[in-house]
Design a protein around this ligand. Structure first.
Ligand code: SF4
Length: 341
């Protein structure tokens, strides 16, 4: 039996940060060894919201292309291997749009209107006039997964419900047309480590908050971002006793300096370690660990043909898989065959 298929996508937010690296990419890099993986940059999804500031959207498309390429560079630099997985841009596979359209014919409007994510997005992005595309977002998401017959979607515990509509649509299609065209996609639950922002241990690192360290940052910029990281506000001098829980620097020692983390705690709590030195040590370890990724990133950024070839090859493989699915879909729905009636 061949490898089971995993699909997953990310919005083109541009250069990736450490939250993306540890929250998703590290997991994808592991999955590519055991599954047949399709990883795509969801540029159509980016157009479901207006955007603004640094965020791309239908009112702010200026950086859409650039962001997609930056993201592909980071994915490969972080360890996604185009020889093991298909890496591509969502909109390069037009079959997904066809499936989205066909799904939209059989998606009850109530499913979409009741979708809590839709309401959260309208409120979160303060969208005054939500678009038809935003309402239909889960249908597009289902098409993204099911065009490739995705059997698994890697998600964290809090995102489990996002796959429900895909499962419901697959079931509805299969029973409506009397054929098992689609698998009932399962979640591949992943322990997603919480990566704090540099400004607070209880905030997530994110592009929109500006509290991030990017893979594209150089070593000096990284050290500077570590220098301004939030620490225990009660620890002013080296010999003050500190509280590592709640200190962002301590949390990052857990990612980049695991072996020394118990010593960091001990010395911090006993007032034997100062925050300045603690940060310097972290910046050193962080830069050491990120160096190979950044070297690959620089090499890829200087070789646009290589990234273009990776994306074209990935899209070709994805298109072949999606075309085969669409042939089955069209037959099940009794749509006239393209090769003549
Ligand atoms: S010594 Fe280190 S762990 Fe303790 S508060 Fe300062 S930066 Fe945080």
């Amino acid at each position: 039996m061949g490898k089971r298929r995993v699909t997953s996508g990310m919005r083109p937010t541009g250069s990736m940060h450490l939250g993306n690296l540890h929250g998703a990419l590290d997991n994808w890099v592991r999955l590519q060894n055991d599954y047949d993986c399709f990883f795509f940059i969801v540029d159509w999804h980016a157009l479901t919201t207006p955007g603004g500031g640094d965020a791309v959207g239908y009112e702010n498309v200026g950086k859409l292309r650039e962001n997609a390429v930056e993201m592909a560079i980071d994915w490969v630099a972080a360890g996604l291997d185009p020889g093991k997985c298909a890496i591509f841009i969502q909109s390069h596979v037009k079959e997904v749009a066809e499936l989205h359209l066909l799904f939209s014919m059989i998606t009850p409007l109530g499913w979409l209107e009741r979708n809590p994510t839709y309401k959260e997005m309208v409120l979160g992005y303060k969208i005054e006039h939500p678009s038809y595309g935003l309402l239909g977002y889960p249908t597009l998401q289902a098409a993204d997964i099911l065009a490739y017959k995705g059997e698994f979607v890697p998600v964290g515990k809090d995102q489990e419900a996002h796959v429900n509509m895909t499962r419901d649509l697959a079931q509805r299609f299969n029973s409506m047309f009397g054929r098992e065209v689609f698998p009932i996609t399962e979640v591949l639950l992943t322990e997603i480590p919480k990566v704090p922002g540099i400004d607070a241990a209880d905030k997530k690192m994110s592009k929109s908050s500006g509290n991030y360290i990017a893979l594209a940052h150089d070593e000096a910029a990284t050290a500077e971002r570590v220098r301004i990281m939030f620490t225990d506000p009660a620890k002013i001098r080296k010999n003050d006793t500190g509280h590592p829980d709640g200190c962002v620097v301590y949390a990052f020692h857990g990612f980049y300096n695991k072996a020394e983390q118990p010593l960091v705690r001990d010395e911090c709590e006993k007032g034997l370690r100062g925050c300045v030195d603690c940060k310097k040590r972290l910046a050193e370890r962080m830069n050491e660990a990120l160096r190979p990724i950044r070297d690959r990133r620089r090499e890829l950024a200087g070789n646009p043909d290589r990234i273009r070839d990776i994306l074209l090859d990935g899209a070709g493989r994805a298109r072949a898989a999606a075309r085969a699915t669409l042939d089955e879909v069209r037959e099940a729905m009794n749509l006239p065959p393209e090769a003549g009636i």
